[in-house]
Design a protein around this ligand. Structure first.
Ligand code: AMP
Ligand code: ZN
Length: 114
């Protein structure tokens, strides 16, 4: 827990937020500024800023984030229509919140990237 971190504060309840799902490793909230009709964030409970800080023996955390994204997409009803998973890392990606998170974006046709 980082005292000044928005996502740590959401998990601790210091910032009120509707936690849609949680398990022992991660939790899910709706993005406060959605850029798609469905815009969810899968967030690890442990404060990790970047993927390259995830320890070699801790990658079950990343697996759990993806697994959670798949099930939350199903609950959101966007599995068949399609969705995009995004992890922003550092400055060139535009990462704003320095606590690792996986964006789940769907509910409409998304712009083509890549
Ligand atoms: P990123 O640019 O990948 O760091 O994305 C951070 C995301 O967190 C942005 O899409 C923000 O809209 C979102 N965000 C910031 N504060 C909150 C909050 N209190 N609750 C939900 N989402 C938030
Ligand atoms: Zn944090």
């Amino acid at each position: 827990m980082e005292p000044e971190c928005i996502f740590c504060k959401i998990y601790s309840g210091e910032i009120p937020s509707d936690i849609l799902y949680s398990d022992s490793l991660c939790f899910v909230v709706r993005d406060i500024q959605p850029v798609a009709p469905s815009h969810l964030l899968v967030i690890p409970i442990r404060h990790v800023t970047f993927l390259d800080e995830v320890e070699d023996d801790e990658f079950d955390l990343v697996a759990q984030m993806f697994k959670t994204a798949v099930s939350i997409a199903a609950e959101e009803g966007i599995s068949q229509s399609g969705y995009r998973l995004v992890v922003n890392q550092r400055d060139n990606s535009g990462q704003v919140v320095p606590h690792l998170h996986l964006h789940v974006l769907g509910g409409d046709r998304l712009g083509v990237i890549g």
